[in-house]
Design a protein around this ligand. Structure first.
Ligand code: ATP
Length: 454
């Protein structure tokens, strides 16, 4: 089994992620977050919000709607240009993304981003790219496929208006630029952060939760003067790296910066952070210099002014945008992938998720050595500690098995209530990664754990 297959199995058996609509045979590229996945996702989201919004005095947050006036998506270019180049295998009738086939065939050496269909078709033909499903080289022509989900609005039949499920969260920040700037009396440079759902009609295999049709994005748009854009671009590249390595605790050996070789029409510079998954390098986050494109498009289409006047120089200008964008679901996958370890312990193999304590679903598991003797006291302790951080209680099976269970779900500390605890008001605390145990006073547990999850 590959690491991703092992993680998928663990996620299902331990309550992190379940296949979507499973009892009805599922729905391709949809997944549900179970109790532990929901905690992990929430923790990552909260850390992102703290890092990009709350700890930045010149940033504020926004929670915009999923449904927006369709004119937004016309102006942004998504109605006409948010397409994937799809190609069908005539032999086995499977459908693939032409750019992905090329990237895979060239082992990542050739970038097929934003290349015309003729270029893609010729490359596939010249290099005799085989269908990954049946191995034949019998391809159709490429067709462009719009990724936006459409739905209808309106109560009178026949008079519905098409509305789209947003394919990215960023447009909320752009159309609200003036609302936020004026209501919050923001001065440029300033940023708007947002976390929310986005939807894309992805048809290619998803690699578990790497590519799904419904996902959350964490996006921060920095509005600045064009002359400062390069500096902010470099700053936000560094911040994205710091967030992933220092805050989420991802091993930097598994990350790399990757500049875009070909840029989309509005971008001046773009650089991804990729993660080294067991199925190859894949994009986790991106920093994009979006120029004045977005606000200019909305000015032209809405006929409203989204310009900014500098209060000191009186210069009137359309701000430039530096975007920092990271997928939340992909971040969950990266954290799980990076944390997944198998270790030999005596004659056994233990599976341990070495998640940073800050994002682990439970910080502490409280375990009575014997349910009959210390069960009540341990349960009370768990309730008390739950007021401060997420805790779980377990009194089934041997203590060794219970430790292993907590290792598998990444709980950094196990607290065992034993005979001495009842008398002496102290407990044993076991560290997940080292498996070392030490004795601490019951009243010190709270501060001890808080120190480690900061
Ligand atoms: P990809 O090349 O993988 O399709 P993208 O370049 O289209 O991604 P962006 O539009 O820059 O991605 O979106 C920003 C972030 O949102 C990505 O870095 C990724 O983490 C996340 N993301 C994009 N598409 C998906 C998806 N279908 N499922 C899960 N996360 C996604």
């Amino acid at each position: 089994m590959t690491t991703i297959e092992k993680i998928t199995a663990l996620c299902k058996s331990r309550g992190f992620v379940f296949p979507g609509s499973e009892i009805y045979g599922g729905l391709a590229n949809t997944w549900d977050f179970g109790p532990l996945g929901a905690e992990l996702k929430e923790n990552i989201k909260r850390e992102w919000w703290k890092f990009f919004v709350q700890q930045n005095p010149t940033s504020v947050g926004l929670d915009g709607g999923i449904l927006m006036n369709s004119a937004v998506w016309k102006a942004s270019g998504h109605v006409d240009g948010f397409n994937d180049p799809l190609i069908d295998c005539k032999s086995c009738k499977t459908r693939h993304r032409a750019d992905h086939l090329i990237e895979k065939h060239s082992k990542g050496k050739v970038s097929a981003d934003f290349k015309p269909n003729e270029w893609l078709e010729k490359w596939i033909d010249d290099n005799k790219v085989k269908c990954p499903t049946c191995g034949k080289t019998d391809w159709t022509k490429i067709r462009q496929f719009n990724l936006m989900f459409k739905t209808n609005r309106g109560v009178v039949e026949g008079q519905e208006d098409t509305v789209y499920l947003r394919p990215e969260t960023a447009q909320n920040q752009f159309v609200n630029f003036t609302n936020v700037q004026r209501s919050m009396r923001m001065k440029i440079p300033f940023g708007i952060g947002q976390v929310g759902k986005a939807f894309r009609n992805e048809i290619t295999p998803g690699n578990f939760i790497f590519r799904t049709i419904e996902f959350e994005q964490m996006e921060h748009q920095q509005f600045c003067h064009a002359k400062d854009a390069k500096k902010f671009y470099e700053d936000y590249k560094k911040l994205a790296w710091e967030f992933n390595t220092k805050v989420l605790g991802i091993n930097e050996k598994n990350l790399r910066f990757k500049d875009h070789e070909t840029l989309c029409h509005y971008a001046k510079m773009a650089c991804d952070i990729d993660y080294n998954f067991s199925f190859g390098w894949g994009e986790l986050a991106g920093t994009h210099h979006r120029s004045e494109f977005d606000l200019t498009q909305h000015i032209n289409h809405s006929k409203k002014s989204l310009e900014y006047t500098d209060p000191v120089t009186n210069e009137k200008f359309v701000p430039t945008v530096i975007e920092s964008s990271q997928g939340l679901n992909r971040s969950v996958l990266v954290c799980l992938h990076d944390a997944y370890h198998e270790e030999k312990v005596d004659d056994d193999t233990r599976v341990v998720l070495k998640l940073h304590p800050r994002i682990a679903p439970y910080k502490v598991a409280v375990l009575p050595l014997q349910k009959k003797e210390q069960g009540e006291q341990a349960y009370e302790l768990c309730r008390e500690l739950s007021k401060h951080f997420a805790c779980t209680y377990d009194d089934t099976a041997s203590i060794g098995k219970r430790y292993r269970r907590q290792d598998e779900i990444g709980t950094p500390f196990c607290i065992t209530v034993d005979f001495d605890s009842v008398k002496g008001k102290s407990v044993t605390i076991r560290h997940r990664d080292t498996m070392k145990q030490e004795r601490i006073k019951t009243k010190e547990i709270e501060s001890y754990v808080k120190l480690h999850i900061l």
